[in-house]
Design a protein around this ligand. Structure first.
Ligand SMILES: [Zn+2]
Length: 126
């Protein structure tokens, strides 16, 4: 088990602080609008659609927890379930048989489909 540690601030502060940075290690924790600016081992754990770990929230602290036995030397992974509101792509190339092709969460994919439809309708009208 490994905690996702780092300073915490609001999404607005994070957006401002990292607007010019391509790579960030922000972990958004729930609906309170706060993010953790990853600083530690957990920030290096990669995404997989067939992960061997998952994240657990315990009173606002985020832990990466194994969901099955992990062999020595096996890479730790968990599902990112990204929900960024910006337009950045997050294609997945994890290679798992069950790969979804994206690191976005189901909810985020639905939201993006809605936005795309709205833009399509708007484009047709004009
Ligand atoms: Zn994948």
């Amino acid at each position: 088990m490994c905690e996702y540690e780092g300073p915490r601030f609001t999404k607005e502060v994070a957006d401002e602080r990292y607007k010019d940075r391509f790579v960030t290690y922000l972990f958004s924790c729930g609906d309170d609008g706060m993010v953790i600016d990853g600083f530690g081992t957990a920030m290096f754990i990669n995404h997989s659609c067939d992960p061997n770990c998952e994240t657990e929230d315990h009173g606002g602290r985020v832990y990466i927890v194994a969901v099955r036995d992990i062999a020595a030397g096996e890479e730790l992974t968990y599902e990112y379930n990204l929900c960024d509101s910006d337009d950045a792509e997050a294609d997945c190339y994890c290679g798992a048989a069950t790969c979804r092709g994206t690191m976005f969460s189901e909810a985020e994919l639905k939201r993006r489909a809605r936005v795309a439809k709205r833009l399509e309708r708007k484009a047709k009208r004009s």
